[in-house]
Design a protein around this ligand. Sequence first.
Ligand SMILES: Cc1ncc(COP(=O)(O)O)c(C=O)c1O
Length: 467
Amino acid sequence: MTFNLKELIHQSTGKARSLHEKNVNPVFSRVLEMIGFAHEYTEGEGCYLTTTEGVRVFDALSGYGVFGMGRNHPVIRQAIQQALDLPLPNLVQMDVCLLSGMLAEKLIQCAPGDRLEHVFFTNSGTESIEGAIKFARASTGRRRILYSKGAFHGLTTGALALNGDESFREGFGDLIPGMVRTDLEDLDGIERELKKEDVAAVIFEPIRGKGVFYPEDDNVYPSIQKLCRQYGALLIADEIQSGMGRTGKMWACQHWDLAPDILVCAKALSGGLIPVGAILYSDAVYKKVFSRLDRCVVHSSTFGQNVIAMAAGLASLHVFQEEKLPERAAQRGEQLLAGLRRLQSKHELIRGVRGKGLMIGIEFGSPKSLLLKPAWAILHSAQNGLFAQAVVIQLYRNHRILTQVAGHHQEIVKLLPPLIITEEEVDAILAAFDAVLEECRKFPGPVWSVGRQLVSAAAKQTLFART
Ligand SMILES: Cc1ncc(COP(=O)(O)O)c(C=O)c1O
């Protein structure tokens, strides 16, 4: 019998949920159902997903940020197709691969600062973080790494040790020692730690994915960089989510003119169709890690330089440049932020709007009006974050816009739309937010009754969100 993927998919369409409930992760499937997201999608193109019922959904989540250029971009598809058609020698291992050399060169050319001269390829964000931890330790001979409260760097055990949210760690036992949670805005505290001269690196997300936070004071990051240089520690920028044009510049570091010693990226680097990740790092770090002939593969990854991912990466960098995606993200981001700020002056439930480019957080807070105060209080006494979840549900249910809450126990909705979003689509998102928040003025009303359902669900188990 011949293998026919199209036919297999056709025969199984509509069974995704039952397959997952039986074989993958039934709890996740149940949570999706609880929040009204239990749909099966048959197509993804550009900014849109289509469900089995033929409903088109605007994707303001972009697969946790991987589809910066939209889903199934034709140039990426073509590059992957061409790579497959060319019977390329893949993963020879005892060779130096042409395509990874080419992609490394391009990445170095567009890297921020003047320190990044080498590239190590990986298969994911978290694997890039694992490598960065090892490189920082090997190159400084030091053990400790400072990371931010609220940070998210991935969920493998090394990256998990750098996680600022306890709930991700629960049940997984002791993690690698030496990871120190800090408030990155407390420069005195950072200096106190660095002065001990046993800190290998400070790792940070220029814009934190959980909650979309960054310092209000533009001097904070440059000051941390200066302190790192002063005390011999490295600066590691995690640009896994904020990189590749997302924030309106190719790298978020460029908003503060930073020159990290190590930069990690993944997600949008391949255009979303195949896993890829990369660690960009300085020559000084390289010389310490790969320091002798017998250490030439002291860190390696079997699939790291696979030619399909490398081809997709080359195509992706081409698309970012050709379609001016960082510039477009900056323009549409300004439009979206300005519109949301206008909504903030109209809707008392919006406490704050922040972000750069198309990485945006909308934070909600307790209303002043006597009518809504008790409704808000009921949601909060059950679990922080339920109001934002109710907004996410209504945006999806009534406006077919896929968003997410920005993290555990945060009243923040995050927007990560594809960078190809149009002016009209930005207006449509703004109109949808306006309509959902308008509904919130009614109590009892639809948003609060969604909230009430969440309260009873939360009483049984905690709702969760990633990224
Ligand atoms: C800032 C940041 N670092 C690391 C990761 C982990 O990446 P991955 O899920 O590819 O392991 C993520 C994923 O969301 C992220 O946003």
